[in-house]
Design a binder for this molecule. Structure first.
Ligand code: PMP
Length: 352
């Protein structure tokens, strides 16, 4: 009765299941199976609870300096938010107008983009993916729009676009903002961060949730030229001055500084990804060429839902969408070797 029209009509994003009714092999929300850096853990232990009586640094200066050092940019080119979801959300009002030509993204991509667009009343231009699920960048360039959201690697398809192709795209789209959602980029290694110094229309958004194993702390960041970063700060300060709490700032600053641990963890995930992909293929399944920490696997004979349900009964959680182009697939996060073996065992039983 007291709902606004918006509260009545929106279709909110549905997050993956976070169940605790039993001890699942949890391969459904693309978390990292390995723990965060020991330096991050030490920052948490060393954090003085007395500091919690004061507000945190609203500009997250020390954390931004730490991210800047790791990414090879200046701190003034970094913006931090409460998860990359928040950073992506702020991009809509920062770079798009309700009466403008709209935000352009693929029909098969991160399903939060249409939700943000609806929330901020930004029109959308939706470009269908090609038959092989790759993005049709030529069609993107033809779209009459204010700018783009490209997830690279894309979700849930896991496919990546090389830096060279991205550079070509941003050059040709020079009068439009290109937001590159690189949540999974560390598992590919083709980041567009170097392009942010060369092209003023490029904003790269990254997260601590995946390659840094810190989904629980909620921190994401954007890298771009000063004007783009300023637009994000203006939006943040219309909404929440302190989106990144003090403990989060302390933990993430250490995590991003621990380069060797990060590289080691990423390599472990990549090598398990390749093994798991090989095993699934040897079972006769078709698996897209993943550049991320998850696999997009086709189950043409049974459909994705049957596999999702059967796996869940056996204690393995994966993600499935009852949506056009996705209903024959499951998205499976790469776990530890033992978790992946449990998945493979369960799948062999189900498919037999
Ligand atoms: N982008 C993509 C493509 C994702 O899959 C996710 C994870 N759901 C995010 C952004 C958001 O991640 P976070 O808010 O945890 O940084």
């Amino acid at each position: 009765m007291f709902y606004s029209k918006l509260a009545r009509s929106v279709s909110p994003y549905t997050a993956g299941e976070q169940l605790n009714d039993r001890n699942y092999v949890k391969l459904n929300t693309n978390e990292n199976p390995y723990p965060p850096s020991p330096r991050a853990a030490e920052a948490m232990r060393a954090f003085d609870a007395d500091r919690l009586k004061l507000y945190p640094d609203p500009e997250a200066k020390a954390l931004r300096a730490s991210i800047a050092a790791a990414e090879g940019v200046a701190a003034k080119n970094v913006f931090c938010g409460n998860g990359s979801d928040e950073v992506l959300a702020l991009c809509f009002p920062a770079f798009f107008d309700p009466e403008g030509k709209g935000a352009c993204f693929a029909d098969v991509t991160y399903s939060f983009y249409p939700v943000f667009a609806e929330f901020f009343r930004i029109p959308t231009k939706i470009i269908p993916v090609k038959g092989d699920y790759s993005l049709d960048l030529e069609e993107f360039l033809q779209a009459d729009c204010q700018g783009y959201f490209l997830a690279n690697p894309n979700a849930p398809t896991s496919l990546g676009i090389s830096r060279r192709e991205i550079e070509n795209f941003v050059k040709r789209a020079s009068d439009k903002i290109v937001v590159l959602d690189e949540a999974y980029m560390d598992f590919y290694g083709e980041s567009a961060v170097p392009l942010t110094e060369k092209y003023e229309n490029v904003l790269v958004v990254k997260t601590f949730s995946k390659s840094y194993s810190l989904a629980g702390i909620r921190c994401g960041y954007a890298i771009g030229n000063e004007a783009l970063i300023d637009a994000l700060f203006r939006m943040k300060d219309c909404f929440n001055s302190y989106p990144v709490d003090g403990l989060c700032q302390a933990i993430c600053a250490q995590a991003v500084a621990d380069k060797s641990y990060h590289e080691e963890t990423v390599q472990k995930v990549i090598s398990e990804r390749e093994r798991l992909k090989g095993e699934l293929k040897s079972m006769g399944l078709s698996v897209l060429d993943s550049k991320s920490n998850f696999l997009f696997v086709a189950f043409e004979k049974t459909g994705g839902e049957f596999i999702y349900r059967s796996l869940k009964e056996r204690g393995v959680l994966v993600r499935y969408w009852n949506k056009p182009k996705l209903e024959n697939y499951c998205r499976i996060t790469v776990g530890t070797p033992a978790q992946n073996d449990a998945l493979l065992d369960a799948l062999r039983h189900i498919l037999r």
